[in-house]
Write a protein that binds this ligand. Structure first.
Ligand SMILES: Cc1cc2nc3c(=O)[nH]c(=O)nc-3n(C[C@H](O)[C@H](O)[C@H](O)COP(=O)(O)OP(=O)(O)OC[C@H]3O[C@@H](n4cnc5c(N)ncnc54)[C@H](O)[C@@H]3O)c2cc1C
Length: 418
């Protein structure tokens, strides 16, 4: 049944029947995605209740957008339709934590802040960055590597297993609590980065890491961004104790991390290799360093390009040249050791932005990488696929058909408007 043919009363009655009282409310403007409002917000108390909402939506052909903290809802193509925002806010329990095994199992709606607070008490942490109110389910559904990717890998590397509520309301358990677990396809990791289009993550088991003994931040000022990129690459090739390294304006920012002796050696080497101004900050500043990359609200458009690390500086140069030709404002943060360029554009119109994305995406693809538009005005989104092209699209469509044949989960928002 299409959404337009769907009666709001039928859907409301059906949802009320499977949810506890107070778990279903009418939209109040708080769960808008690309200008679309859902009819209802459902906030179930348990995974079973959440699965029942999915079964009910599937039966009625109602479109669902899973909702964690809502901090990254700007990512994705414009939804095809949207009936229910399905919040994981009440799925926030810690199921099991065994510090001696460095493994924790939590519900998907637990926030990063709460999880880190628990782990920190035992000298441990989860090396995935994001806003502190982001949920673990949301972080995994987005699945981007952040600043610490250089030292700790990507979010999928920390996932051992998960429970997923599928579109038809069945709950499946994939993976386990040990590093090499059950035989078969690794369905847990397929959920990472799938943006909630294949199922709703309701519970996850994660590996965690020990907190580093020492952390600090060093900022070296360079003549320009390209010199800063080159300095970071040279440092990384010497095997310094770095958790992350980023170019912000004309500064090379180094997040030093590890045993005290390794951090001291790294600081000494970075001082010696640099002629210009240097600023040293404490570990707390390192956390703010991650935060400095938060949304640039004044910009109209945000994107993320991933290229081979050696191509980071030339790619950034191409992006800046293109912005000059189109008279656009550009700010960027780039990670030359992992090949990520984040950029924010302003002072343009839809035509200029569309032209910029077309040209820079081609440059990123020619360099062996890709470009994803992570935030854009709705009228621009309507003109392009924010994800770019992929040769695996038909395979992805088959997977989507298998997992969600009625396309009720985040319809239209993923690659190729899946
Ligand atoms: C400074 C900074 C650093 C960051 N670093 C990282 C990083 O290292 N790694 C990274 O991944 N991201 C990073 N991010 C972005 C971050 O991913 C998102 O802001 C966050 O993951 C979203 O969490 P959320 O709970 O707000 O999800 P939401 O915004 O609520 O949801 C995001 C998407 O996931 C879907 N979704 C939400 N919950 C579930 C679920 N339980 N099951 C299935 N689908 C679901 C939603 O439908 C939506 O499409 C960073 C952001 C900032 C500002």
């Amino acid at each position: 049944m299409s959404t337009s043919a769907l009666s709001a009363t039928d859907l409301e009655d059906a949802l009320q029947a499977v949810l506890k009282q107070g778990s279903l409310v009418a939209e109040d403007g708080s769960h808008v995605v690309d200008g679309l409002e859902p009819r209802f917000i459902a906030t179930p108390y348990s995974a079973a209740e959440l699965a029942a909402v999915l079964a009910c939506a599937n039966e009625h052909g109602a479109a669902i957008i899973p909702w964690g903290a809502g901090s990254n809802m700007m990512l994705g193509n414009v939804p095809e339709r949207y009936d229910v925002a399905l919040s994981t806010a009440r799925l926030d329990r810690v199921i099991e934590y065994e510090p001696a095994d460095l493994v924790v199992t939590v519900e998907a709606g637990l926030t990063l802040a709460k999880l880190q607070a628990l782990l920190n008490k035992h000298g441990q942490f989860l090396p995935i960055e994001g806003p502190l109110d982001a949920t673990i389910g949301g972080l995994l559904a987005v699945g981007h590597g952040g600043p610490s990717q250089q030292a700790y890998g990507r979010p999928r590397d920390w996932l051992l297993g998960c429970r997923i509520a599928l579109a038809d309301g069945t709950i499946v358990h994939t993976g386990g609590r040990v590093v090499k677990n059950v035989a078969g396809y690794d369905l847990s990791r397929m959920m990472v980065g799938s943006l909630g289009t294949l199922g709703v993550i309701v519970e996850v088991t994660l590996k965690v890491a020990s907190l580093p003994a020492r952390e600090e931040l060093l900022l070296n000022t360079h003549a320009d961004k390209i010199e800063a990129c080159d300095a970071i690459r040279a440092g990384a090739l010497r095997g310094l104790a770095l958790r992350a390294a980023c170019v912000l304006e004309n500064k090379a920012a180094y997040w030093l991390s590890g045993p005290a002796s390794a951090v001291e050696r790294t600081r000494r080497e970075l001082y010696e290799a640099h002629d210009g101004e240097t600023e040293r900050m404490d570990a707390e500043a390192g956390v703010q360093f991650g935060g400095a990359l938060a949304v640039h609200d004044a910009s109209d458009l945000e994107f993320r390009a991933t290229v081979p690390p050696s191509k980071t500086a030339p790619t950034l140069q191409e992006f800046e040249a293109c912005s000059r030709v189109l008279s656009l404002g550009i700010e960027s943060a780039c990670y030359p050791t992992v090949g990520i360029v984040l950029a924010w554009l302003s002072h343009g119109d839809v035509n200029a932005y569309a032209s910029f994305i077309e040209q820079t995406r081609r440059a990123a693809v020619d360099a062996g990488g890709s470009l994803v538009v992570t935030r854009a005005p709705t009228d621009l989104k309507a003109r392009l696929d924010v994800w770019g092209e992929t040769s695996a699209l038909s395979l992805m469509r088959s997977l989507k058909q298998e997992f969600d044949p009625k396309s009720i989960l985040n319809p239209g928002r993923y690659v190729g408007s899946i």
